[in-house]
Design a protein around this ligand. Structure first.
Ligand SMILES: Nc1ncnc2c1ncn2[C@@H]1O[C@H](COP(=O)(O)OP(=O)(O)OP(=O)(O)O)[C@@H](O)[C@H]1O
Ligand SMILES: Nc1ccn([C@H]2C[C@H](O)[C@@H](COP(=O)(O)O)O2)c(=O)n1
Length: 203
């Protein structure tokens, strides 16, 4: 199948000088890693979740309400904001596919993952601690596992349909499986990468 992602990316002038993108499935820790990178580099951090929440606010809806009626246009709007932000502002953007959305406009493309079992444990723990207000609660670990597995499958069905892309890892500069890594160990590894890649930006 022909890929439409280049067409979506278009041919733009990029005014930002430093953009890092962190992709990964639910519970991989993309939010945690993106915040760390942003702090290290002294730049802002965004999540496509922020853009989704912004669209909900524009429509005077809660995130849950928008989630129920979100269609292709909603996804494209979220992804267009990712593209616009990355083209115009030095920042780190984390979500499911910001590295795909920005393509070579991103200066460092990271893919983060962990085993499904481990990701489900993290999501479950966050829920127990009241950190995931917009998600279903009182699920068993097995239910969480099944929900995030299905969600990932659905997401990739949409990305294939909208952009003609597959869930391959060939476009990434860095691949990290953090199943057996602590947050500190992961940060140590990424800090070394940042030192090599952006020595002048490190504070
Ligand atoms: N390497 C790691 N090892 C153990 N726990 C981690 C690791 N990275 C992140 N976590 C923990 O996992 C949980 C989920 O992290 P985070 O919110 O960053 O994930 P996410 O990928 O952004 O999730 P989602 O996309 O579902 O919002 C948090 O409690 C975080 O502290
Ligand atoms: N194209 C999109 C649309 C939404 N998001 C955001 C919205 C949520 O905050 C978060 C959840 O994603 P999901 O678990 O539904 O994959 O992601 C996005 O990243 N990209």
């Amino acid at each position: 199948m022909e890929s439409f992602i280049e067409e979506f990316q278009g041919d733009h002038e990029k005014t930002s000088e430093l953009v890092v993108t962190v992709d990964g499935p639910s519970g991989a820790g993309t939010g945690t890693l993106a915040s760390f990178i942003a702090e290290e580099l002294g730049i802002n951090c965004y999540s496509a979740g922020d853009f989704f929440r912004g669209i909900a606010a524009d429509r005077d809806m809660t995130v849950e309400e928008l989630g129920k009626v979100a269609d292709k246009q909603t996804d494209l709007k979220v992804d267009r904001r990712t593209l616009e932000k990355g083209l115009s502002e030095n920042c780190v953007i984390e979500a499911r596919i910001p590295s795909r959305v920005l393509g070579t406009y991103s200066d460092l493309r990271i893919y983060l993952t962990a085993d499904l079992e481990e990701r489900a444990k993290r999501v479950s723990k966050d829920q127990e601690e009241g950190k995931r207000e917009n998600e279903e609660k009182s699920e068993s670990l097995e239910e969480v596992k099944e929900r995030i597995r299905k969600r990932d499958e659905e997401n990739w069905r949409r990305y294939k349909d909208y952009y003609g892309i597959e869930n391959t890892k060939d476009i990434y500069d860095v691949l990290i499986d953090n199943t057996e890594m602590t947050i500190d160990e992961q940060q140590e590894q990424v800090r070394k990468i940042l030192e090599r890649k952006f020595p002048e930006q490190l504070e």
